[in-house]
Every structure is written in structure tokens, then in C-alpha cells.
Ligand binder design. Sequence first.
Ligand code: IMO
Ligand code: MG
Length: 428
Amino acid sequence: MPAIVIVGVQWGDEGKGKVVDYLSRSADFVVRYQGGNNAGHTVVFDGKTFAMHLVPSGVFLPKVRNVIGNGVVVDPKALRGEVEMLEGRGIRVRGRLHVSLSAHVILPYHIVLDGLREESGHGIGTTRRGIGPCYEDKVARVGIRVADYLDPGAFKALVDQNLRLRACDLERVKPKALIREEVFAEYEPLRGFLKPFCCDVAILLEKALKAGERVLLESAQGAMLDVDFGTYPFVTSSNPVAGGACSGSGIGPTSIGGVVGVTKAYTTRVGLGPFPTEIEGRTARYLRQVGKEYGATTGRPRRIGWLDLVQLKAALRVNGVSNLAMMKLDALANVHPIKVATAYKVKGRLTREFPVSRADQLDAEPVYESYPGFSGDLGAARSFSDLPKAARDYVLAVERGLGVPIPIVSLGRSREQTVLRGKGLPWP
Ligand code: IMO
Ligand code: MG
């Protein structure tokens, strides 16, 4: 059975956690392949709300095994906090979570460096979890992998090397010796916690796929935050796009059978950077309130905008999206009219392609089509035909505009508030 990638096709926070939880009913493995605890995936299970940062969203189904791939950056302290939170709330994690020996480890100095960069006047509004600096170390070939962390001698030598390399910056905040002491005092004892989870994930997944098991690959962030295809430099430091699922997990491209893109029925973004369809004022405040548009990781209010077909088409292209899930259609109720961008004007010229240059991305002025709004409590619908006609027409118009089927429509946070349409799920 081929693996399926579930990928955000906007600027993150699309509702990937809910889609993964929903599809994991028919999965054996759920794998995170990039990002770290910058992610905030909200899953409602048994009426309780969980904000997931590192542990894959498949953890709520006892039969599903969850994997943190080599492409993820892992802060062992954050991981322990999340595992303890889950186990304290009745979700068994130990024995069904696997962490790649090749994943890179986030240490306190990465968090210090992230904060320094943010305060330098060149910040982009990161989550300050140390994500960027940890990936910098990885690409600079000085990073510390889980396998190195588990080896006390190698860990000590690599920490000392990295503190020397970063001393100029770090010393502006704290003496290097103090940071060193903090790293060892906190992270040496965490080794025993992490060790039982660790394995060669590529081997684990190869066996699973050969045995016909179903693997879901869960992206964090989204296509527009991708370091290659996003609104650079206002992006994260990894490749959320579906291609990243292979390099971030050890699964080869021939094992990927489909890509489910996740989009909201409108758009949000946290952090700085271009956002062509951004709106302010009454409608933005309304959507922020009904859509609970506050970051699950940092609590920051999310920026709000209309759905953007120019942006989505670019995202569908670079992800090879085969199906879409449209989230939070319910939150659009009582918004009249609903606008959708179908083109941009950039420097006075009309275009239907998302621009590459940062100046053009900032300059892009959307050209909108308007759709009649709808009202009522969409969350009570249990089939697509239960929805008001204007709501159905909106989904059909987006589907036509993008040329990709939308088999999953979400109408609220709970699993029940999900309707399937057309050919239904991407899996039999
Ligand atoms: P999920 O998985 C939305 C944004 C940050 C910032 C930029 C870089 O919940 O969709 P980073 O800390 O990654 O170096 O910050 O990326 N960002 C997210 N925005 N959802 C996320 O994750 C995000 N993870 C990072 O706000 O603009
Ligand atoms: Mg989030």
C-alpha cells in the first residue's frame, strides 16, 4: 500500500492535525517529516482539545504507530513535556512512538540564537523555538543528531565545538560557560527519556510498506512557508512540500501514492511577510474570533485574508496535490459576500502566477471574484447535501478554479464535523 502525504498548502495552521487524525482511522503509521515544535496541530479527541507540537497527530488511535523522521528537529525537553502531557491525559505514547536516530537535536543555545536574530532588526516573526539555528547547524555539518546525543562522549565534544563556533553571538546574552552548564544539567538527564524511542526510521518504514501497512506522512507548516517555494525569506527552515516527505523520512518517491493538500476556506498567516489577500477591519476581526485564529504554539493573533487561488495553484503545483481537504467552512457563515482572489495586479500588470521576487510578492494586489455568503450552523451538517446551497456552491467554485477534487470538507473541530463528497477518501 503506497504512502499518502498530508501537506499544508497555505502558510500553516490549515487544520492538518484534524485531517491526519481523521485519516489515521485507516492508517498504521503516521510520520512527521520536517519542522519541529514550531508546529501547533490542534486535535479534538473525546471532547478534549490537544495542541500537538512534535508528536504526530496519529497518536489518538491506539493501533497507529507514530514516527518522528530524520527531517524533524527535536528538542528532547519539548518532546518529554508533550509525551508527559499526553500520558497524563490518558493517551499512551510509550511503545508507539519512534524517533529517528538521524534527526537533529535542538539545544538551548539554538533558542538563544533564534531570539537574538529576531531582535536584531532582521527578524521574520519566528516561533523562537530554535528551529532556524538548528537547521543552520545541520546544513553547516556541525549539527548534533539524535545518535550523537545518545553517545555521551560525542555529545560533549560536539556541544563544545558548537559553543565555540557560536561564541561571538552567544556571549552577548550569557557567558558561554553558563550556557554549557545549562545544556549539560538539563539535557544529560533527558538522554534516558529519549533513548527507548530511537531507531533507524528508514528501516522501520521500509518493513511497514513491504508488509502492506498504510503510512501517512504529516507535514508541519505549509507550502508558502517552504524554504524553497515559500515567500522567502519569510519562511521556515525546512521543506514542508510533499517532496520533503521522502528526504525527511527515508521513504523513496516510488512509495508515495497520493498527496492530500489541506487548505482553510479562507487564509491566515502568523509572522511577518507578504500576504496578498490580507484584510483588516470588521470581517478580519469576525473571522479571527469565530475561527479561533490564535497561534496554537505562540498564542499570537493570526493575520486573516480571503482564499487565494493564485497562491493555492502555486502550492498545488509544487506539491503534486491529488486531493484537497477544505477546513473551517463553518467559520465563513455570516460573511457576505465571500471573496476569492483569482489573479493579481503586479506593477500594473495582470498575472495568474504567484510572483517569485520579494518585491513583487509585496506589491501583488489581488483581483477578486465575489460569492454570495451563507448562514446557519454548518457544524450540524452530517453530509455535503445538508449544507446551504451557497456553501456548496462555494466549495464547487473553488474546486473548479483549482482543478483538484475536494473530497473532504471540515465544519468544526470534532471528527464528526467532517463531510465527505465525490469519490470520498483518497484511500479505499
Ligand atoms: P503548523 O504546523 C503557522 C511561521 C512562523 C514564522 C516562520 C518561521 O501549526 O502549521 P520558525 O519558528 O519556523 O523559524 O518561524 O514560520 N511558522 C508557522 N506558521 N503554522 C506553523 O506550523 C508554523 N511554524 C512556523 O510564524 O513566520
Ligand atoms: Mg498551527
